[in-house]
Design a protein around this ligand. Structure first.
Ligand SMILES: Nc1ncnc2c1ncn2[C@@H]1O[C@H](COP(=O)(O)OP(=O)(O)OP(=O)(O)O)[C@@H](O)[C@H]1O
Length: 263
């Protein structure tokens, strides 16, 4: 663990409650994510992990509790506003434009940084062109970082599954996030793709210094990568701690991790 994972939290959730017609999707969840931290959320299907991401990114508004991002209250803010503040996410299912090239998909991640419209582009073409050059430069940097150069000009629909997931990661990084939300980043991947993704996730944390919240079912990956883990069940937090602490927690062993991890 690096030395800088202290200081003002990047994200703070306090006693968040969210229900859908009586179903408690998120039930009294509190946690904080610290600078440079890789924070994982685990729990069985339907435990409320995706709902939690939707609360953080402004898609769902909880009935109770508070959400603070970089010290500011963001509860009730629109998803576009929260994204513009620097919260970027990837999805459980791939959400890319299949017919667009890898580069064009990643340029879409720059969308919120583009400060000129069509009219402005004509009037101030010099500025627009400079911005375009800067966006391309940033995207190319990410292409190199994620080792995607071989596929750069191809429509993403033609790329192998693991590479498509990496393009999605690239698009999220193109937003230059201050917090990255990864929803099951290795779901459906083979071993090699999983190992590659694990390496990139660690590089994002350690080299780009972007804090990450990761929802993931692959327990080996979570325990290997995460600085801290929160376990949820039926929307309720069971415990939060280091991978070691969490794996030893009796309720976690009983409710979720199973007998094999209790030895
Ligand atoms: N838009 C919605 N309308 C009604 N119920 C919902 C909605 N979104 C989530 N739920 C319910 O909230 C609970 C938590 O769902 P959620 O998708 O957050 O769990 P999850 O932990 O992400 O599950 P999985 O691991 O399967 O993705 C479930 O009972 C689900 O049916």
């Amino acid at each position: 663990m690096s030395a800088n994972r202290t200081g003002t939290p990047v994200l703070e959730l306090d006693d968040v409650h969210l229900s859908f017609k009586g179903v408690k999707a998120v039930n009294g969840v509190s946690f904080e994510v610290r600078p440079g931290e890789l924070f994982a959320v685990i729990g069985p299907n339907g435990a409320g992990k995706t709902s939690l991401f939707n609360v953080i990114s402004g898609v769902y508004k909880p009935q109770q509790g508070s959400v603070r991002f970089l010290g500011e209250d963001v509860l009730g803010k629109k998803p576009s506003d929260i994204a513009a503040r620097g919260v970027s996410r990837t999805f459980q299912n791939i959400a890319l434009f299949e017919h667009l090239t890898l580069i064009d998909n990643m340029m879409l991640g720059r969308h919120q940084h583009i400060s000129y419209g069509a009219g402005a582009a004509i009037a101030w073409w010099g500025r627009a062109r400079r911005q375009e050059v800067e966006h391309r430069r940033k995207v190319e940097e990410i292409v190199d970082f994620l080792e995607l150069a071989a596929w750069r000009a191809l429509p993403v629909g033609l790329l192998p599954y693991g590479v498509q997931k990496r393009v999605e990661l690239g698009r999220a990084l193109a937003m230059e996030p201050k917090l990255l939300l990864l929803d099951e980043p290795v779901a459906g991947m083979n071993l090699e793709e999983t190992e590659d993704t694990a390496r990139f996730v660690l590089d994002i944390r350690d080299e780009l210094d972007v804090p990450i919240i990761m929802v993931e079912h692959d327990m080996g990956l979570v325990m290997d990568l995460a600085d801290r883990v929160m376990v949820v069940d039926f929307g309720t937090p069971i415990t939060t701690g280091t991978p070691d602490e969490v794996q030893r927690h009796p309720d976690v062993v009983r409710a979720y991790l199973g007998e094999e991890l209790s030895t």
